[in-house]
Design a protein around this ligand. Structure first.
Ligand SMILES: [Zn+2]
Ligand SMILES: [Zn+2]
Length: 203
């Protein structure tokens, strides 16, 4: 197991410095026996606000026992230019857009994975996914958004070979782990077979 969708910046606006979260997440990931940990926050944000966070993440990228990556979660559609220093990107599809639009927008923005498919108002009628299967764009298996993932979509993705990476969408370290995914018996894509992990040679 691994987790490629962990938010450092939580929902509590009174907390100005979320960088101590990074330490707790890395400890928690090691305790849960995760094979890799990917941080994301909702980008765009002011870079000066995440200076300490970036320093911490850089430290763990070099020193943690497991691979640590720094990505971004981007709302789609988006006019944001995604900086090169992010290791990967997740697309959070805004309410009202359907799955085919999600794949097209993700492709345009070079987004690696569609986060929590069909959740939070994104539309999810039966989609012709065949035409998107070779783009290398993943569909996330989201612990937090799992109730929104239709079984037909999961099964179709498996049949078409669309990669299914794991992400908890935790906003605090105690929200990590995948009890619902395990309970539902879903099979996620092994870390080394995820296209953006494979291509970047991180392992
Ligand atoms: Zn999201
Ligand atoms: Zn998220």
């Amino acid at each position: 197991m691994y987790d490629l969708h962990v938010h450092i910046i939580g929902h509590d606006k009174r907390i100005r410095d979320y960088s101590p979260n990074v330490d707790t997440y890395v400890l928690q990931a090691e305790m849960l026996g995760l094979k890799a940990l990917g941080f994301v926050d909702h980008y765009p944000y002011r870079l000066k606000n995440v200076k300490k966070i970036k320093e911490k993440v850089e430290y763990y990228k070099k020193n943690a026992d497991i691979p640590v990556w720094y990505g971004a979660e981007i709302y789609l559609p988006s006019n944001t230019r995604i900086p090169k220093y992010f290791d990967y990107s997740l697309g959070h599809v805004r309410a009202g857009y359907n799955l085919e639009e999600a794949f097209k927008m993700a492709n345009q923005k070079n987004i690696d994975a569609i986060a929590h498919p069909c959740a939070y108002g994104a539309r999810c009628s039966y989609a012709r996914l065949e035409q998107y299967k070779n783009l290398g764009i993943c569909l996330e298996i989201s612990e937090k958004g799992l109730i929104y993932l239709p079984q037909w979509l999961y099964e179709k993705a498996v049949a078409l070979g669309i990669p299914l990476p794991l992400g908890s969408d935790a906003h605090s370290p105690d929200e990590m782990g995948f009890p619902e995914v395990v309970e539902r018996g879903l099979k996620w894509t092994p870390l080394e077979e995820i296209p953006f992990v494979e291509e970047s040679g991180w392992l």
